[in-house]
Structures are given as C-alpha cells and as structure tokens.
Design a protein around this ligand. Structure first.
Ligand code: EPZ
Length: 440
C-alpha cells in the first residue's frame, strides 16, 4: 500500500503514563542478517523487529540466493545453499544504505562483491571509503567505475587495519570479511557500539573467533568455514531513548521495558540533566518521570559510549521547550539538522551555526504541518507535537516505518493522542480531537 499520503496527527497536551515494551534493535538485526551469508544452512534469528529496513535486508538476501521467512512475530529464518550472485541488488542498495553490509560476507564467501555506491541521504554523504580501504588492506582489488564498486580477492589475508574514524558499518563489514580470512586481523580504532558487539557475538556463535568487540581493538582469527546458528538480538536502545524522551517532554511517568540499561546510560545522563527522575531495574526496565518543564542542557553527539547521534533530534525536541538555552553539537554526521526548520514551523527558537545548534527554550510549541526528513527526525517531530498547543500533522511517515514498528500505536498505548491517518481522515481527526474522540 502506498504510504506516501499517510501522516501522523498528534494533538498535544496529554501526559504520558503506562508501560511500553521495546523491540529488538534494527541496527543489530541488519548486520546479523547480512552475516547469515557467511554459512550455508539455516540460521534462526530471534528478536527481529518488523520494520521496512529489515524487510529490505531480507529482500537483499533473497536476491543473493537465500530463502528468508518470518516464522513468528519477531523471528526470521534464513537459509543459504550456496550464493547465487555476488552483486548486491542496485535498487535495494539505493533504497537502504545498510545493504552494503553484504559486501564483507560476499567477498569472504565468493571472492567477489559488487555494489552501486550507496550515495548520500538527508543526514550526510555517507561514503564507504573506510570499508573499501579495509578490504584493500586485506588483499582485495578495489575498483570504482561509473558509480559501482567491485572488490575481489581469491582469499582475504588477515592484517592490521586502523580506522580513521570508528565507523560502525566499516567495523561490521570488516569483522565479517575477516572471519573467513587467512590468519589474524586486528581492527584498531573500531566502533564500540552495542550493535557491533551483538554482531561479534553472532559470529562467535557461528564458530568465528572474535575477541575485543566493544573496545577499540577487535581481533579476528580467520576460519575456513562457519556454521549457521540460532541467535537472539539485543533490544533497541534508540527506540528506548525515543520513548524515554517522549515521557520527559510530556511530563509523564512511563515504564520502558526490554532495555539493556548499560546501552542507554548516555541518554539517562542527559534526561537527568534535563530534570527527569529516572530509575532502572535489573530486569531491564527504565522508569522516566518527566518534570513540569525540562531544564536546558548541552548535548554533543559522539561515537558510543558518547551520546548517540540517532537520539540528537529527539533530544533537541525536548530542549526546544526547556527553561533556558542549550547547545546541541552534532559531531558524527555533517548534515543532521534538517529537522530544525520543521521545529521552527512549530515555534521553536533554534539557530544553527555549522555543527552546533543554539536552542533557546520556549514556553510551548504550536501544532503545524511538518515533514519528517529521516526516521529519527520523524520521531522527534512527534515528540515535539506532544508538547504543542493544537494538532501537529507529520508528513513523510514512510521514514518512520524504516525504524519504528507501530510507533503511533505504542505512543497511544501510553496516552498520546496520535493517529496515523490517510488523506481522508485528516478532517475527521481534527473534529474527533476537538471532541477528544479518536476512534478513526
Ligand atoms: C550506523 O550507520 C547506523 N546505521 C546509523 O543509524 C547511525 O547513525 C550510525 O551508525 C552512527 O552511529 C546502521 O547501523 C544500519 P558510520 P553507519 O559508518 O554505519 C563517516 C539510524 O537512524 N564514514 O559510523 O553508516 C560517515 O559519513 C541510522 O538508525 C566515512 O566517512 O555510520 C559518518 O559521518 C542513521 N567513511 C560517520 O563516519 C566510511 O567509510 C559515521 O558513520 C564510513 C563512515
């Protein structure tokens, strides 16, 4: 069904209360699914969220010769009996940049990987030069021609790789390639994100010898072959942070379940700075009680364990109604302030100067028609709508579907007045919102 006309309609003013449960991590599911290419046989992945990006990765695997099926609400089975082609499908790579994560496994398994360069997106140029440099250091021939890149090597050779930047994708692609290389590979200045650790754990379950994941130095001893396995992925820390921030802005009291507390420590720290009460239980739940009005605080995004860039738009929404002035600095992507203009339509007072946004908190925002420019910006606009007078209409809902499953339904379950409407429902929503009835 064409989602181009779908929109989220959110009426501000409600306090959020209740319990909401997080899904498995999108950014762990994508590399783990790609890693299934490394072995013939059937792998069973549990905790896989139902998201458009996951669907795209499953389609990529099918095009490469895999049989992929969703066998339960959060379970995907992947089976390979050989690999049909070493070329990542161009249409899908263009649709989802993370498709390039199949390059490492394809190169390791077949000696060849070919893909169109993924190209940039709303948040930045998103090059893959660090991936390609690592493949070359492992002995691959790398050629770029007319927008396509081809990497080939009869057998990759273990080596020492220093990443100029702790790129998550490059760390993941090179770890997968090294798992079937000859000899030892060290990835220095590696990404330390929990999703990198999850992939390393999956590879070890397949028989790979990976140590040091979660630190700056990852060591991989190459094997001749790997085996399929069953694995359960970690919960989504960014979805958790998104709902925690929604509770913070709406002055709510929300219990977020299925969270690895360690993974959201930087988000907890910022919500405490902003005046929230945050309590955690070892069972993996976090309770957030929002203040009447958030306090201003400064945010600088950094690679893990710093504050995550994928939470920057959501935090900016919170700070746009804080008492005081906040500085938000985006150090990871060069263009991740596209949401600022949309916040300004709602009355936010934000001035961008290069990689820093000066956010002068206002008493309240006002509902407006706004457009999501990427999935995290879309989530942030809904958060801003929770604390706005009147109704906010969010276009570009297809971005949200890439990384959040049933976002509106989960928000409604804790008291938000939000509905996903097609064109025709807009008037009905506005009328029903006026009478506080939302049975669209
Ligand atoms: C992953 O993207 C995530 N996506 C992103 O989440 C996340 O924002 C990002 O890591 C940073 O944490 C997935 O895991 C599928 P990077 P990735 O390589 O791997 C530059 C979301 O909302 N760079 O760590 O593409 C790059 O341009 C998405 O779920 C190079 O210069 O991120 C960027 O400025 C958005 N050359 C910085 O590094 C390279 O070869 C970080 O990129 C690779 C990256």
């Amino acid at each position: 069904m064409d989602k181009a006309f779908d929109r989220l309609l959110v009426r501000g003013g409600n306090t959020l209360r209740g319990v909401v449960r997080m899904e498995g991590a999108k950014n762990a599911a994508l590399p783990v699914l790609a890693a299934c290419l490394l072995a013939d046989g059937e792998s069973r992945i549990l905790g896989v969220p139902e998201l458009d990006d996951v669907g795209t990765m499953c389609s990529v695997l099918r095009r490469l010769g895999g049989a992929v099926s969703r066998t339960a609400a959060d379970e995907v089975v992947v089976r390979f009996d050989g690999i049909r082609t070493s070329e990542a499908p161009q249409d899908l790579v263009r649709k989802m940049r993370a498709s390039v994560l199949v390059m490492g496994p394809l190169l390791a398994r077949t000696g060849l990987a070919r893909a169109c360069l993924p190209g940039g997106c709303a948040i930045g140029a998103r090059p893959i030069d660090l991936h390609l440099k690592g493949f070359a250091l492992m002995g691959a021939a790398v050629t770029c021609d007319r927008g396509f890149v081809e990497v080939s090597a009869p057998r990759l050779k273990g080596t020492r790789i220093y990443l100029d930047y702790p790129s998550v994708g490059a760390t993941e692609n090179l770890m997968m390639a090294a798992s079937l290389a000859e000899g030892f590979t060290c990835i220095d200045n590696a990404a330390e994100e929990p999703e990198v650790v999850d992939l390393a754990n999956f590879l070890c379950c397949m028989g790979a010898r990976v140590t040091g994941a979660g630190t700056k130095m990852i060591r991989i001893e190459g094997c001749d072959s790997l085996r399929p396995t069953t694995y359960s992925i970690i919960p989504d820390r960014i979805e958790a942070g998104t709902f925690m921030t929604a509770a913070a802005i709406a002055g709510g009291d929300v219990l977020v379940q299925n969270v690895v507390v360690e993974h959201v420590k930087p988000i907890i720290a910022k919500l405490l700075d902003a005046g929230c009460e945050v309590s955690e239980d070892p069972e993996g739940s976090i309770r957030v009680v929002g203040p009447d009005r958030p306090r201003a605080t400064d945010v600088r995004t950094l690679p893990y364990p710093g504050f995550p860039t994928d939470m920057q738009p959501q935090m900016m929404a919170l700070l746009s109604v804080a008492g005081g002035v906040s500085m938000v600095t985006e150090t990871v992507f060069e263009n991740r302030f596209m949401h600022v203009d949309e916040f300004k339509r709602m009355g936010a007072n934000i001035h961008v100067d290069g990689r820093t946004a000066v956010v002068r908190g206002v008493d309240h925002l006002t509902g407006a028609v706004v457009r999501a420019t990427d999935l995290r910006a879309g989530a942030a606009l809904l958060i801003a709508g929770l604390r706005s007078h009147g109704t906010t209409e969010i276009l570009g809902v297809q971005h949200l579907d890439r990384g959040y499953s049933d976002f509106a339904g989960k928000m409604r379950s804790i008291g938000a007045e939000v509905v996903r409407a097609r064109e025709a429902a807009t008037e009905a929503f506005l009328e029903s919102a006026a009478t506080r009835r939302l049975d669209l």
